[in-house]
Design a protein around this ligand. Sequence first.
Ligand code: MRU
Length: 337
Amino acid sequence: MPIPSPIAWTPRHTIRILDQTLLPGEERYLDLDTVDAVAEAIRTLRVRGAPLIGIAAAMGLTLAGAGRPLTLDAVRAAAATLGATRPTAVNLHWALDRMLARAERTAAAGGDLSTALRDEANAIWEEDRVMCARIGAAGADLIGGDAVVLTHCNAGALATGGMGTALAPVYVLHAAGRRVSVVADETRPLLQGSRLTAWELGRAGVPVTVIADGMVASRLRQGDVTCVLVGADRIAANGDVANKIGTYGVALAARAHGVPFYVAAPTSTIDPATPDGAHIPIEERAPEEVTGWRGHPAAPAGARAWNPAFDVTPAELVTAIITDRGVFAPRDVAAAV
Ligand code: MRU
């Protein structure tokens, strides 16, 4: 069964998203026709994953006119709204900066802003699709054949404009007839691993085993995992990697067990302006995401919680970074952009 696209234009030039908060139980699509609706969808993780939120924000910017012809001021205000939704994934700001630059060029030349911004959003989306395919090819070469891949969070088709980043090599190997399977940790607190990664791999026919986050080290000690492969939300100039909270622990466990730890990301995720991981802004989300699940308590009433949505894996724990421009040692990754 094919994996549905997590985002699309409607015939009215509004935006249709697959509401990822409802998966795997329900496949529901939402039509978004205002900048605020797109911002809400990004903030609440109805659309999520670094490349996809960049694409969604780019598409969302085209709604800035609220039914009237677009103006540069409205586009700038919409970019501020969308840019304030999530701080860690640099793709969001990368995409919005690119859209703003196109808007300014178009306005200066007296061109039509709506057409130009739709074209630019489509270009960002299409380039991401191509980058995913290149990451898939490079990663499949690196892994080289049959494999058991352990991943954290969801860096697949649901998180991008294409076949994914961390899951792209898996899809390429699977399509080539290799025996490839995935161990997906559940990724507390929002369960992107068990809800989303397992769902899309299942649709694609790739064997997947779900484990709780606390089982990662034990699974790596079993000796059957070929490599760990994760995505990224921002890669600093020195090769430090921000990704979903829990990634750092997986990297430590991989190092302890001699398992290669690969990061797969498009060049839009590499941020040469951020010198190292300490300078990456880490999103903090509501404590209720930790103390409960969809209204059911997971901790006693009044318990305090800490809920950083991302962590930083230091470059020295990363074996290699797989990009659309090839495979890099972490310390050399800035050369990819
Ligand atoms: O909070 P999320 O679900 O948006 O976090 C997603 C991740 O951390 C992914 O691993 C990352 O964005 C890469 S997606 C190709």
